[in-house]
Design a protein around this ligand. Structure first.
Ligand code: BTN
Length: 270
């Protein structure tokens, strides 16, 4: 098996001028990159860290769900791709953040991920990353306070290779559908430094600078949607707090809780 060549040095070079104590770490296996960074934080390690796992054994998703990325855990060695291809890129960025209003951080991260992957990529509120109406990537943000320092872990999982749809609420998409040569290290290189930049911008300016971009990428914009709380209406993008605006027969409803799930009434046929 050929080793994967991760661009840790290039990422560090891009980020370190802005965050001098930043480190990049690539590990062969972890339960979950989010869980590992939170464990380290509880032990007092709050340094800004980008942690990549080549394989996660207990990846976590939003709302207590699993994030399964080992659909094709065996290494694939196609003649055109000499390095073993991972079926997904899974990583987390952990860092102390001083943020007045956290609402919208996951949407801002979604904008960053979508913008840096491919022009066909869209977002589904609050932070699913879609390709052709299917789920390409997911984002899980967790925060905790340690000695008055708020520590944030921003986890990102991107499907790279075909994976079975069984057991998934939304059928999967994978990046090599639109970028056939793309692998995990190159995907990380596209995302890592822009992600740090996005998070630092959010820390300074909040969600406002990301609203227009989110609305331009919004897969549900101007579509009839159905919410898990029973509401139906027309999705009209997000406001400056990241709330989803749904025009219903009773007026505009602002959806703030990510516990409410949103579905297009007429999902695209795949
Ligand atoms: C979701 O769509 O429900 C969010 C999925 C987030 C998955 C990523 S993979 C890297 C990081 N570690 C985890 O355990 N989860 C996130």
């Amino acid at each position: 098996m050929n080793p994967l060549h991760w661009p840790a040095e290039a990422i560090w070079q891009a980020v370190a001028p802005r965050i001098p104590d930043f480190t990049v770490e690539i590990l062969p296996e972890l339960d979950s990159t989010n869980s590992e960074l939170m464990r380290r934080a509880r032990e007092g390690h709050l340094e800004p860290t980008l942690l990549v796992a080549q394989r996660q054994t207990a990846g976590r998703g939003r709302l207590g769900r699993d994030w399964q990325s080992e659909g094709t855990q065996e290494e694939r060695q196609a003649p055109a791709t000499p390095a073993p291809a991972l079926s997904a890129l899974t990583f987390s960025l952990g860092l102390p953040l001083s943020v007045a209003d956290w609402s919208g951080l996951s949407l801002a991260v979604g904008v960053c991920v979508a913008r840096n992957l491919h022009p066909d990529v869209q977002l589904k509120w609050p932070n699913d990353v879609w390709l052709g109406g299917r789920k390409l990537a997911g984002i899980l943000i967790e925060t905790a306070s340690f000695d008055h320092v708020r520590y944030a872990v921003i986890g990102v999982g991107v499907n790279l290779l075909p994976r079975p749809a069984s057991g998934l609420r939304t059928p999967p998409a994978w990046l090599t559908e639109v970028l056939p040569w793309m692998d995990a290290p190159q995907t990380l290189l596209r995302l890592a430094a822009p992600l740090v930049q996005t998070v630092k911008r959010f820390e300074q300016q909040g969600f406002a600078p990301f609203v227009a971009d989110f609305n331009a990428l919004d897969a549900l914009h101007s579509q009839e949607v159905s919410l898990s709380d029973g509401t139906q209406g027309m999705a009209r993008g997000v406001d400056e707090t990241g709330a989803l605006l749904v025009h219903t027969s009773d007026g505009v409803k602002k959806i703030t809780s990510s516990e409410v799930s949103v579905r297009p009434l007429n999902p695209p046929t795949t």
